[in-house]
Design a binder for this molecule. Structure first.
Ligand code: ATP
Ligand code: MG
Length: 580
């Protein structure tokens, strides 16, 4: 795995820390004060020891003792504030980053989301940023603070005697080099651990979503089997990562013991020569012991840095995936119904076969098109292209006379309302489910739509009106469909796409839905993908797709009156002929 140059961390740090500069400054002041106080205390102790040994005045000893106590106390408070500020800055920065990442993911193409499960996204947006957040919040305090403390200690020891100063500098440098070397060994192990988890979460997410299918098909046992496999895999990766962490700790412990022995040896030698007083020996030993904190901290943080590197690389990777679908700038005329025109459109999801071939049709503003065809013939795909969830491979699609590739995506998607085969309900209130979290839509508008759709009975059965959480109300497929209609009504688009569910609804609900459809289509350009002939009774044009090509396309009335047309054949034999 590639090593992340420090420059890239710095860029990331400064991007997210700049807006927090006052907090960072405050944090720095407290941190430096804390370090200063930590360095002063041993000096007081040396004075105390040497004064006591030379039979100095008791008054001076008491003053020194009080100063020692006071400084110790103040240091604790300063450290508390520093920790608080460090966490504060760290979390603010990472929350910002988490937001940016989530936004980025939501805007990525459908083709990307097909390849990555929601669970994997969660692990990326949350898991990876959390490791980075530790890095952020600890970085300044721990690594930077430790380095400064380290340098302070070395300077002060050096001032006592250059020989011991040099010995300890050499020790610290060797220690840091060894830490840095271990970094390269550890990073791939941590990356692999994270990847294991993200695979596991992805697996779980997908299986939980599919519980009804799994259970009814007796797939639970097999799923559990696979789950154990995945778990074992994560276990292996995790154990490796943790053992690696321990190894790094041990290396640090052994190194420190050697450093301490070195310092003691030199101190004894200098004391015997009479260069050091007993107070100075104490001071140097104390300072040497103080090296331990920052060195362990740096080692742990390098550890942390390694985890962060893994998270960082993956976050950068995610950021570097750009939408293939480029945003346009053009906009459509307001308050208008727009026509749709497909001009020799061909499309394929992957590099194999074309799913749509040479599709051409022209739908005038306000007209409706009924789309029929066997399952898998490409009906839904046509609507996805219109939304620009995917871009066409060949040909062009025009809307309101403009190539949809040149339109702004927001504009395009706002102008089209879609009711799909499976309605995604969110675990939120009825209001949020209808408005899709758009708080600008007033309750009055929602009530109007509920009345219009004939959902009043259902609405009155809700315990808390619009504030009812949808989760517990157990909506039927029909009601969910109606709710999806409500969404489109509230959006008030100029083009409507209806991808009818193939499942059968009870006749009463079917009738309500038909009514809703008629209201919805009124004055709008529409494409209706129908699995029942009843739904296309009112449309203007009919297109029948077969394996991605147009089998028949024309004015509905003409097709009905033409006994040789496929559509009139369908009307005679029923839709089931074709659908099965
Ligand atoms: N995301 C995708 N990646 C690859 N292939 C896909 C994808 N979505 C659909 N396909 C394939 O494209 C073809 C057309 O699918 P599409 O969903 O448009 O059919 P449909 O006519 O809407 O079928 P149905 O009546 O079952 O809804 C199918 O062969 C399908 O397997
Ligand atoms: Mg479909």
């Amino acid at each position: 795995m590639e090593k992340v140059p420090f420059r890239r961390y710095a860029a990331l740090l400064s991007q997210y820390l700049k807006p927090l500069k006052y907090r960072v400054a405050f944090l720095a002041v407290f941190m430096f004060t804390g370090i200063g106080l930590q360095l002063v205390n041993p000096q007081i102790l040396r004075y105390f020891i040497d004064t006591a040994k030379d039979g100095g005045e008791t008054r001076n000893l008491i003053i020194a003792g009080c100063a020692f106590l006071a400084i110790g106390l103040i240091r604790q408070i300063v450290m508390l504030v520093t920790t608080y500020m460090g966490q504060d800055v760290g979390w603010r920065a990472t929350n910002e980053m988490r937001g940016d990442l989530a936004e980025h993911c939501l805007q990525l193409d459908m083709s990307f989301h097909h390849e990555h499960t929601p669970g994997e996204m969660v692990e990326r947006v949350d898991g990876d940023t959390t490791t980075l957040s530790n890095f952020f919040s600890e970085f300044i305090i721990s690594i930077l603070g430790s380095f400064i403390l380290l340098i302070g200690v070395i300077i002060l020891i050096y001032r006592e005697d250059w020989r011991i100063g040099f010995a300890l500098i050499a020790f610290v440098i060797i220690a840091l080099i060894i830490y840095n070397l271990t970094r390269n060994i550890a990073v791939p192990i941590y990356t692999s651990e994270r990847e294991g988890y993200s695979k596991l979460f992805g697996f779980l997410e997908e299986r939980f979503t599919g519980i009804p299918d799994l259970r009814t098909n007796g797939g639970i046992g097999y799923t559990l089997d696979r789950f154990y496999d995945e778990n074992r895999d994560v276990y292996g990766r995790s154990v490796k990562a943790h053992v690696m962490g321990e190894v790094l700790q041990t290396i640090s412990g052994v190194m420190f013991t050697l450093g301490f022995a070195l310092s003691m040896g030199i101190c004894i030698y200098l004391f015997q020569r009479g260069d050091f007083t007993i107070g100075t020996v104490y001071l140097v030993i104390h300072y040497t012991r103080m090296l331990r904190g920052p060195l362990i901290m740096i080692s742990r943080q390098i550890n942390e840095l390694q985890r962060a590197t893994a998270g960082f690389t993956r976050i950068e990777e995610l950021y570097s995936i750009n939408s293939v679908i480029e945003d346009g700038t053009e906009s459509l005329e307001k308050h208008n119904t727009h026509g749709i025109e497909f001009d020799n459109v061909s499309f394929r999801y992957t590099d194999d076969e074309y799913v749509l071939r040479d599709i051409s049709f022209q739908l005038q503003p306000g007209k409706s098109l009924g789309l029929l065809g066997r399952t898998g013939s490409g009906k839904t795909t046509i609507t996805r292209l219109l939304f620009r969830l995917y871009d066409v491979n060949l040909g062009t699609i025009n809307m309101g006379g403009k190539d949809i590739g040149t339109l702004s995506l927001d504009e395009l998607r706002n102008r089209i309302g879609l009711v799909t085969q499976d309605v995604q309900l969110f675990n939120a209130t009825v209001r949020d489910n209808m408005t899709l979290f758009n708080s600008e839509i007033s309750d009055k508008e929602i009530h109007t739509v509920i009345d219009e759709l004939g959902l009043t009975d259902w609405y009155q059965s809700l315990p808390n009106g619009l504030d009812t959480l949808l989760e517990g109300t157990g909506m039927s497929a029909g009601e969910a469909q109606l709710l999806a209609f409500a969404r489109v009504f509230l959006k008030d688009p100029s083009i409507v796409i209806l991808d009818e569910p193939s499942s059968r609804l009870d006749p009463a609900t079917e009738q309500r839905i038909d009514q809703a459809v008629q209201r919805l289509l009124n004055g709008r350009t529409s494409i209706i993908i129908a699995h029942r002939l009843g739904t296309v009774q009112q449309v203007d044009e009919i297109m029948i797709l077969q394996d991605g090509s147009i089998q028949e396309y024309g004015d509905r009335n003409q097709l009905v009156n033409n006994p040789r047309s496929v559509f009139s054949g369908l009307l005679k034999t029923g839709m089931e002929e074709m659908i099965q």
